[in-house]
Write a protein that binds this ligand. Structure first.
Ligand code: HPA
Ligand code: ZN
Length: 329
């Protein structure tokens, strides 16, 4: 049995496996520009974040109906359960779907069909986090939040993803303020490809409670000190960092140095269908390549529950933490 854990950095569209992409393409009469799953897998060689995003957005064309989003989320939850995931806070990118003519209801209700029964079906509690695309305009983000208003009972928080460099957090100050006033939790990708200043800006101007990635904080010792002092969690994604060439090899990943510095790190899968592994695959990879001890792995699992948005269910958080403490490697 894998170590129990929460997954806090997971794009549901990034769980679209090639087989499911072809099944949905056939169901919806969508023609993909790849002959088969082998040829599609050949395209999974990325130079950087943008080269991945191009394929990520292209394949979304197969997602058309509520049932498609339900099947996507259900397939993820099935895999996540086998990897010891007990709680998942799941990102989705509505702008990418609204731009294709879908409506917010199709996306949210479709995902909810799977998430709403996830505890019974998979033993996984869930939260949903709506992400804004930072390479779209601030107005588009505000319009997207408006479109989500009827569904806010299903949505726990907001995030910020897509192409980072050239799209600093400041651009989204207003939509984060509006979201905070609506009682939504706030996270943002920062310091993946972008500079450490983007992390500081996201904390100061957007009021984020967790940093997604945040890897490049290590270039700024004062920022590291602040993140440690304020106990700001970081959602790291080691296999993603290797595939998108943020680090050269897994053995070069700064995770051990980050833990030694006292940062509240978590390990997550980001876009597992594209980056070669789900949650426990990431845990096993860092264990093998970075020689993390069992104590460190247990700390990472504890951190995942400590960093999760379970303030509305502290009993559950305590139960999950007890499972981690009782785990025998
Ligand atoms: N970074 C930024 N945007 C994303 C990612 C990522 O790793 N995955 C999906 N959208
Ligand atoms: Zn991400």
């Amino acid at each position: 049995m894998p170590l129990p854990k929460a997954e806090l950095h997971l794009h549901v569209e990034g769980t679209l496996e090639p087989e499911l992409a072809f099944d949905l393409a056939a169901r919806n009469g969508v023609k993909l520009p790849y002959a088969d799953t082998d040829e599609l897998r050949e395209a999974y060689r990325f130079e950087d974040l943008q080269s991945f995003l191009n394929l990520y957005y292209e394949l979304m064309a197969v997602l058309r109906t509520e049932r498609d989003f339900e099947d996507l989320a259900d397939a993820y939850l099935t895999r996540a359960a086998a990897q010891g995931v007990r709680h998942a806070e799941i990102f989705f990118d509505p702008q990418a779907h609204l731009a294709r003519g879908l409506d917010m209801g199709t996306v949210v209700e479709g995902l909810w069909r799977a998430l709403g029964r996830s505890e019974e079906s998979h033993g996984i509690s869930t939260r949903l986090i709506l992400c804004f695309l930072r390479d779209e305009s601030a107005d588009s983000a505000l319009e997207t939040l408006e479109a989500a208003r009827p569904y806010l009972d299903r949505i726990t928080g907001i995030g910020l993803d897509s192409a980072e460099v050239g799209h600093p957090p400041a651009k989204f100050r207003q939509v984060y303020e509006t979201a905070a006033a609506l009682g939504l939790r706030r996270v943002a990708h920062a310091g993946e490809e972008g500079p450490p200043e983007y992390i500081t800006e996201a904390l100061d101007l957007l009021g984020i409670e967790r940093v997604d990635h945040g890897l490049r904080c290590m270039e700024d010792p004062e920022l590291v000190e602040r993140l440690v002092r304020e106990r700001v969690p970081l959602t790291l994604c080691p296999l993603s960092n290797v595939r998108l060439r943020t680090v050269d090899t897994l053995a070069d990943h700064p995770l051990p140095a980050m833990l030694d510095a006292g940062l509240l790190c978590t390990v997550n899968s980001d876009d597992p269908a594209y980056f070669g592994g789900y949650a426990d695959d990431n845990f096993r990879a860092v264990r093998e390549s970075l020689g993390l001890t069992e104590d460190r792995l247990r700390e990472l699992a504890r951190n995942s529950f400590l960093a999760s948005f379970l303030e509305d269910d502290e009993e559950r958080r305590a139960r999950y933490l007890a499972e981690v403490d009782a785990y025998v490697f």
